[in-house]
Design a protein around this ligand. Structure first.
Ligand SMILES: [Cu+2]
Length: 210
């Protein structure tokens, strides 16, 4: 027990000493949630051809202390591997948008706005999909968007989403068009441990030398 606590506080100290951006390159790449619209119906599926076919995807806790708004991920297991992406060209009716709504999720699953993974500095980390009282529906801008999904406890998580055509102004569902649903799954797994801690120490040392 004592040993475990010592390890945890060491990781926390290392994180606090160097506020950082969340890590995302550890998980084997992006897994896209592909969205289509054929003029009458929305379609959605988890890309069957992307790496790491099997769900659940891993959420990990690096014990970090993150910069600015990214601090919502402090001390949590997280993943930004899933990304909403248009599968081909989408033409929407005038005044319409596409919205994504969380229908149900495992207790404790949180979601925050991200974006393109390579543009971490532009992520707002604003709560979404019902997290912290936010709207369960979110208007998708049509570009690749990797939200941050997070949880405080180890275990399995899933969430069901409905993708539908919405009024671009009011966000209301346009029922003339058929919607579709998709279920995403994650597993919060123990921290990578010693290797990650050594890696972090190395990074700090490198920065100080500059
Ligand atoms: Cu992507």
């Amino acid at each position: 027990m004592t040993k475990t606590l010592a390890t945890v506080s060491m990781i926390a100290a290392a994180g606090a000493a160097s506020a950082q951006l969340p890590q995302f390159m550890w998980d084997g790449g992006m897994k896209h949630v592909l969205i289509t619209f054929d003029g009458s119906s929305i379609g959605v599926e988890v890309d069957p051809n992307s790496p790491q076919l099997e769900l659940p995807l891993e959420m990990r806790n690096f014990g970090g202390s993150y910069q600015g708004n990214a601090s919502v991920l402090d001390g949590k297991y997280y993943s930004s591997q899933f990304g909403f992406l248009a599968d081909g060209f989408i033409t929407l009716p005038a005044g319409a948008a596409i919205s994504i709504e969380l229908l149900s999720a495992t207790q404790g699953l949180e979601a925050y706005e991200g974006g393109l993974r390579m543009m971490l500095a532009n992520h707002t980390y604003a709560p979404m999909f019902g997290t912290n009282g936010s709207d369960t529906a979110w208007e998708w801008g049509g570009t690749m968007h990797h939200p941050w999904f997070a949880a405080s406890e180890l275990g399995d998580y899933s969430a069901e989403f409905e993708i539908f055509v919405s009024d671009a102004v009011t966000g209301e569902r346009l029922t003339a068009f058929a919607s579709d649903t998709v279920t995403l799954e994650w597993r919060a797994v123990p921290a990578p441990g010693t290797a990650a801690l050594l890696g972090l120490g190395g990074l700090v040392a490198t920065r100080r030398r500059r």
